[in-house]
Design a protein around this ligand. Structure first.
Ligand code: GLN
Length: 458
């Protein structure tokens, strides 16, 4: 069975018609995981549990139960708490941590029949852009041997791109869904801050963390969000805002949609080949009836500096709880990158420096948000590159944290402003994938799907 030809919706239809069983599907995915073990996409594979769930799903299917993800294998980044299943955050600190409860999102997925096939590898504590900061070894790109798949949700992206499951949950604090989606030629959605509950997900930087997912198509992305989005009494940052009918946007064309092209995202530092590819897509959207407008987001140049102050500040406070008393092992087991961020964060929050660094960064954050507020009075969405460069070789940037941080230059702004962003694959350059980013106002995920579908077609 070539299950990789299926989308979630396609596989569900085939399961209903009994063309194959969920057990078959889970086994096929487990086979892929084993065959491609060298990619190091998983920290824990839940083979036994998944097969048991598949048997239960098959029984339900036989009884005529119809749920959107019934019998469908899905992976989750190893920062999602999964009751009874080891959760490490890819750090040796939590090497033997078994959670007592599952994240709200995991529960929501399981409630509609999803089967968690495993916990994916990532940069430890989600700190990174390449997957190389994992204490369990780097994940490798499924495209070109020896290349990074993007991070920090590296294993999640690879698990979908290499057909080990149908969709994967990741987290995006500064680009960790959009960047690996772009490097792995799949769709990655970072929803509006608060759209999806963070309850039960190990925090990186709480005011920036967004919970989203990877899929092969826009249609699947819309389906996944319709399941995960919504208010959660356990997460005070999830608003009452009703969950849109995302599927309805997939039927709309883009005639009259106003697309802004911010000049700051196409300036120096962007690989010329990526620029050309994105410009070709913009032309094709114009042909489909979109109105293209040149715009400016003037505070973009401060975004990286601002992000790399606020984020480590929050990291240092969140990682303070891993003191060796409540959880797992001693502090010296923190890796280099976590230590760097704890020190940076502690520094910018310390008395005498707080006003100069942290407070200033928070003021700039407001300006970045205002830039977007202004622009979205004139346009519906904004299109940018995801990454200034193509995927790089494993090891190429690991000794130079600053050059690694710069790969987030086009993604951190959405987290600072709290707005949604989606990465859509637009082809390859020298066998390496390129992604295009669509950004929209708060809670405009439907529009992102609408424009994304016009680009990808599915
Ligand atoms: N690459 C960014 C960082 O290292 C983003 C990480 C993320 O989104 N989790 O901070």
């Amino acid at each position: 069975m070539n299950y990789s030809a299926y989308t979630i919706q396609g596989a569900r239809a085939s399961l209903k018609k009994k063309h194959f069983s969920s057990t078959h599907l889970v086994k096929a995915c487990i086979d892929e995981i084993k065959e491609k073990e060298n990619l190091n996409a998983f920290i824990t594979v839940c083979e036994k549990e998944a097969l048991k769930k598949a048997t239960e799903a098959d029984k339900k299917i036989k009884d005529g139960v119809d749920l959107p993800l019934l019998g469908i294998p899905i992976s989750v980044k190893d920062i999602y708490l999964t009751k009874g299943i080891r959760t490490t955050a890819a750090s040796k600190i939590l090497d033997d941590f078994i959670p007592q409860y599952s994240a709200t999102v995991v529960k929501k997925l399981e409630d509609v029949g999803a089967i968690i096939i495993g916990k994916t590898n990532c940069d430890a504590w989600a700190h990174g852009s390449s997957g190389e900061n994992s204490d369990y070894g780097p994940t490798e790109s499924p495209f070109l041997e020896g290349y990074v798949p993007g991070g920090s949700s590296s294993g999640s992206a690879v698990s979908v791109a290499a057909q080990m499951c149908f969709a994967s949950m990741g987290s995006d604090t500064g680009g960790s869904i959009r960047l690996p989606a772009s490097f792995c030629e799949i769709v990655g959605l970072k929803p509006t801050y608060g759209r999806v509950s963070r309850y039960g997900i190990i925090a990186m930087a709480s005011s920036l963390d967004s919970i989203g997912h990877f899929t092969n198509t826009i249609e699947e992305s819309a389906l996944m969000l319709s399941i995960t989005a919504g208010k959660d009494p356990n997460d005070a940052t999830t608003p009452d805002e009703t969950v849109d009918d995302y599927q309805s946007y997939l039927k709309k064309d883009i005639k009259g949609i106003r697309i802004g092209i911010p000049k700051e995202y196409f300036a120096q530092g962007l690989d010329k080949r990526i620029k050309e590819k994105i410009e070709a897509e913009i032309k094709s959207l114009e042909k489909q009836g979109a109105k293209i407008e040149n715009i400016s987001l003037p505070n973009t140049e401060y975004a990286i500096a601002c992000y790399y102050i606020i984020q480590p500040a929050e990291v240092s406070s969140n990682l303070g709880r891993y003191d060796g008393i409540r959880y797992g092992s001693a502090r010296q087991n923190f890796g280099e990158e976590a230590k760097r961020r704890i020190m940076l964060g502690t520094y910018v929050l310390s008395s005498g420096y707080y006003d100069a660094y942290y407070k200033k960064a928070m003021q700039i954050r407001t300006l970045i948000k205002k830039d977007f507020d202004e622009v979205f009075k004139k346009v519906d969405v904004v299109i940018t590159p995801v990454s200034p460069t193509l995927p790089w070789k494993i090891g190429e940037k690991s000794s130079d944290p600053l050059s690694m941080y710069l790969s987030d230059v086009y993604t951190v702004t959405a987290n600072l402003a709290g707005i949604p962003g989606i990465s859509v694959p637009i082809g390859l350059i020298q066998s390496l994938p390129v992604g295009l980013q669509i950004l929209g106002p708060h809670f405009s995920e439907g529009k992102l799907f609408q424009v994304g579908k016009a680009i990808l077609g599915v």
